[in-house]
Design a protein around this ligand. Structure first.
Ligand code: CTP
Ligand code: CA
Length: 223
């Protein structure tokens, strides 16, 4: 349940949210991607709209319906998502990065379908831009919230990302927990900011989204 104060804080604020995977083209018929249904990001977008925010969703390819009242920008590759986000965040108050961005893309995109002529195939990858890091380090950065999907040392790695990317807040999820995250409707989050933290226990992504939006409003209001 949204408290009045969440809605008071977020009323009319511009919130940009990334969601879903990116796809990195390899040849005309293949791509490299990440597991991501987009459910967490879309639920956060819906919760932000419900709190009265003006929401822009920058989304990779997912099959979800766009929450009512959300503006949508559809992107495919990490580079496209990066370009759209850098444009959308110019006048944003809050940025929330939930997208499962491919860290690397194939160095070369083959013009023709790669044939199975050899027993082994070696690909070279180059690093993609870090969208979250680039937004958080803008001179006039919005209140920036990252996610951290970790399979071990969850809290330690999340705290490291909070500090190294200069984030206002990070929501960590333990991807080793069976039945949570990725394509599931349920998740659990450990939300950490400078000066505090809160564990949001296992629940529906919609419930977690509302709880996270409340925490964001609380800390944004103090910033
Ligand atoms: N992220 C991003 N752009 C990238 C990579 C990640 O915006 N190119 C964002 C994700 O949306 C997430 C956060 O950064 O909010 C953390 O992503 P994660 O994969 O956990 O961390 P990385 O910084 O990519 O580090 P690593 O994969 O090595 O753990
Ligand atoms: Ca990554």
């Amino acid at each position: 349940q949204l408290t009045t104060s969440t809605a008071q804080v977020l009323q009319g604020k511009k919130v940009v949210i990334t969601a879903g995977p990116t796809r990195e083209e390899l040849d005309p018929v293949r791509y490299i991607s990440n597991h991501s249904s987009g459910k967490m990001g879309y639920a956060i977008a819906q919760a932000a709209v419900a709190a009265g925010a003006q929401v822009e969703l920058v989304s990779g390819p997912v099959t979800l319906p766009v929450p009512a009242g959300c503006a949508i920008h559809r992107t495919v590759s990490a580079q496209q998502m990066h370009a759209q986000v850098m444009h959308s965040v110019k006048d944003a108050d809050i940025f929330i990065a939930t997208a499962a961005v491919a860290d690397y893309r194939p160095k070369q995109v083959a013009a023709q379908k790669i044939k199975k002529n050899n027993d082994e195939l070696t690909l070279t990858f180059v690093k993609n831009p870090d969208i979250l890091n680039d937004v958080a380090n803008l001179p006039d950065a919005p209140f920036t919230v990252g996610f951290a999907a970790e399979s071990e040392n969850v809290e330690a790695y999340a705290r490291k990302k909070l500090a190294s990317k200069k984030l206002a807040m990070i929501a960590a999820n333990d991807i080793s927990q069976p039945g949570l995250g990725f394509n599931s409707d349920r998740n659990a989050l450990h939300v950490i900011w400078n000066g505090g933290d809160k564990k949001l226990p296992t629940g529906s992504k919609m419930m977690l989204a509302e709880a996270l939006i409340s925490l964001i409003a609380e800390q944004y209001n103090k910033s």
